[in-house]
Design a protein around this ligand. Sequence first.
Ligand code: RB5
Length: 153
Amino acid sequence: MAKKFYIATDHAGYALKAFVKDVVTTLGHEIVDLGPDSADRVDYPDYARKCAEAVLADEGSFGILICGTGIGISIAANKIQGIRAALCHDHYTAKLTRLHNDANILCFGERVVGKGVIIDMIEAFAETEFEGGRHAGRVAKIEAGCSFGSNLG
Ligand code: RB5
């Protein structure tokens, strides 16, 4: 099924943005570019917020965030309630974060992963549905601020 993605980067992820947009549309999905529009220096929390707010406002949509390492932009996005931004490195992590964490934003680092891996990650992230079941309670705990209690399985 076709998915809708919002994408944003900082200056250290900007050079990859055109390639990633092309990958997403070639795979049959929609992509909305939230900037930046140049490689000028910007602060990644500002773009993490833009993307997070767009994803939260558009039910069923996903986000892609890129910075140099993927670390700063994922930390920033995860400060926003309702966002589960996953810093991924390969097909396995991109698939498992959809299956188990119901991640709604895929993050990676321009200085870390190559183009072949990026294609694999986007494909896996877009095509994998949340498994629910025992993982649903854990995701609910994340959304509740990581409250304690047993949820084994
Ligand atoms: C920018 O130089 C760099 O710090 C940023 O893109 C990111 O890697 C931070 O986590």
